[in-house]
Design a protein around this ligand. Structure first.
Ligand code: NAD
Length: 500
């Protein structure tokens, strides 16, 4: 699609996407079609095939054939890097198109999406370097007669199941890293936001990725996703989504072929603010941490834990910031928060807001829907006087809802922060280095931010402690996770015989 033909207006008709197997887009044919309506505009925007378990079998078979004949895994790291770099160029060239369709499917603001898709270019470029630098280890200290070599090999056929909140970004935090070591992939994007995964298939083929190495099946989680988790010929599965579905994935992997799992699940992430912080910066950071993407981030800073001496003043500072967030049409360049992506999520968030009110928390800001004429929008919301036992403090809301809980001492702040089943991310705001280091050491979280929040990039690994998941994505670990380690002993010279 010509980039210059993309206008920031609603399409005249929904665009048909196929799914992607063996290097080619496959049209829906006589399969059922899922028509996605923009959550911001209530009009149909895309149509995608509902793949079946048989379609998944075909995609897995294509990936297996590609892996078995070594058309990709047999290439040098340099040759794989060349393809990943061309794919980065391909994403750059189609950035506007990807951002546009994702804005329509997800309700995210277009300006935010341009940043996200731009960040995906960096993922491919960084992973290209890792394709060349991936290496094992050697042991030259085993005596005159023995040499030891540790090599890394790709796992094989990797399934990737992704959610709707960052459709292209989450895919790109995995795909180039998984490809770097030579694996083949079958991806299953969320049924609500599948278009960008199919576009990525086209980009990879144009970049020279051999056919069958990257495949996309579209469809419903309970059918095609579950079938992927149960599949005997999928060697590893990277699942990103809710903790509830994560449990089903673990059970399915155990009941089938014990496929290796990477799990990135939910979060209920603390923002700890000390009285000595730069409160202006911290207020902006806390508002960003819960407002960005309408709070529909696994790493959203949903729990403000603030030193009691400044709690009231600081909550008001955050409220003043959040009241100024521009909520509206995702296709408007100035919008900061768009629509809530799914109907079910909208209902969930509004349910938690009602629960917060009935649990006795103080509604400081928002707490209601915003009427934009169409679509589903929820006002940035703050609840004060939230105690640790309240559901709004314990459960992942996945919306623009911040809870405020005061603390008296550093130990209490850490205790409140750790009082959760999750351990995905945390932020601390203080100008005191001792407090910052103590908190980062003692709070259980896979990602930490000091005097900032939601920062990221291709270099640092991501993943959770506790019930937020297993394994790490991105960074050098993001490649290593998708390899298996082989230890080889090599005898030098004549064997010392066991039988005389
Ligand atoms: P979800 O678990 O409902 O769905 C995620 C994906 O799993 C979708 O592609 C869905 O089709 C598929 N799926 C659903 N049921 C399945 C099954 N039985 N077997 C296999 N696949 C199945 O999650 P969601 O509502 O799309 O996303 C929101 C959740 O994702 C939140 O809990 C959020 O915290 C989490 N999330 C985590 C991260 C992270 O990196 N930790 C990132 C983004 C989202």
């Amino acid at each position: 699609m010509d980039q210059s033909s993309i206008k920031l207006q609603l399409p005249e008709a929904p665009r048909d996407f196929g799914f992607f197997v063996n290097g080619k887009t496959v049209p829906a044919g006589d399969r059922e079609v899922f028509e996605r309506h923009s959550p911001a505009h209530d009009v149909p925007v895309t149509r995608l095939p509902q793949c079946t378990a048989a379609d998944l079998d075909d995609a897995v078979a294509a990936a297996r054939t590609a892996f078995a004949d070594r058309r990709w895994s047999g290439l040098s790291g340099a040759d794989r890097a060349a393809v990943l770099l061309k794919a980065a160029d391909g994403i750059r060239a189609r950035l506007e198109e990807i951002a546009y369709w994702e804005a329509l499917e997800s309700g995210k603001p277009i300006a935010q999406l341009r940043g996200e898709v731009g960040g995906c270019v960096g993922m491919f470029e960084y992973a290209a370097g890792l394709a060349r630098s991936l290496h094992g280890d050697s042991f030259n200290n085993l005596g005159e007669g023995m040499f030891g070599v540790v090599t890394r090999e790709p796992v094989g056929v990797v399934g990737i199941i992704t959610p709707w909140n960052f459709p292209f970004l989450i895919l790109c935090e995995r795909v180039p890293y998984v490809l770097a070591s030579g694996n083949s992939i079958v991806a299953k994007p969320s049924e609500f936001t599948s278009a960008s995964a199919v576009i990525l298939g086209e980009i990879l083929t144009e970049a020279g990725l051999p056919e069958g190495v990257f495949n996309v099946v579209t469809g419903i989680g309970a059918t095609v996703g579950q079938a992927m988790a149960e599949h005997h010929d999928v060697d590893m599965l990277s699942f990103t989504g809710s903790t509830r579905t994560g449990r089903a994935i673990v059970a399915a992997a155990g009941a089938s072929n014990f496929k290796k799992l990477g799990l990135e699940l939910g979060g209920k992430n603390p923002q700890i603010v000390f009285a000595d912080a730069d409160l202006e910066d911290a207020a902006d950071g806390v508002a960003f941490g819960i407002g960005f993407n309408g709070g529909q981030c696994c790493v959203s800073g949903a729990r403000l834990i603030v030193e009691a001496s400044v709690a009231e003043k600081f909550a008001q500072m955050v409220a003043d910031k959040m009241a100024k967030i521009t909520v509206g049409d995702p296709l408007d360049e100035t919008t900061q928060i768009g629509a809530i992506t799914t109907d079910a999520q909208n209902t969930t968030i509004l349910g938690y807001i009602e629960q917060g009110k009935s649990e006795g928390a103080e509604l400081v800001l928002g707490g209601d829907v915003m009427d934009m004429g169409a679509g589903q929008f929820i006002a940035p919301t703050i609840f004060g006087n939230v105690t640790r036992d309240m559901a709004i403090a314990r459960e992942e809301i996945f919306g623009p809802v911040l809870t405020v809980t005061p603390f008296q001492t550093l130990d209490e702040a850490i205790e409140i922060a750790n009082d959760t089943d999750y351990g995905l991310a945390a932020s601390v705001w203080t100008k005191n280095i001792d407090k910052a280091l103590t908190v980062t050491r003692r709070v259980q979280a896979g990602r930490f931010w000091v005097n900032t929040t939601l920062a990221g990039g291709p270099e640092l690994p991501i993943g959770g402690f506790k019930q937020s998941g297993w394994g790490r994505e991105a960074g050098a670990m993001g490649v290593e996770e998708y390899t298996q380690v082989k230890s080889t002993h090599i005898e030098i010279g004549k064997r010392n015989h066991w039988i005389g």
